[in-house]
Design a protein around this ligand. Structure first.
Ligand SMILES: [Zn+2]
Length: 58
């Protein structure tokens, strides 16, 4: 899923536009970029299960 929401740095409003804030014309940035893909979570989950099972030493 693509992250579409942007937040204006100047006035703090959220928008779906990519270029400029529709309210004040300020610059936009992505407020909360997704850190992990589902694949990454799956890999971490498998790692934790292996560690719990004693397959990976501390
Ligand atoms: Zn704005």
């Amino acid at each position: 899923m693509q992250w579409l929401l942007r937040r204006c740095i100047r006035c703090g409003r959220y928008t779906l536009r990519r270029d400029r804030c529709p309210v004040c014309g300020g610059p936009l940035r992505v407020p909360h970029p997704p850190r992990f893909s589902p694949d990454d979570r799956f890999i971490k989950y498998r790692y934790l299960m292996k560690k719990k099972a004693g397959l990976i030493p501390d």
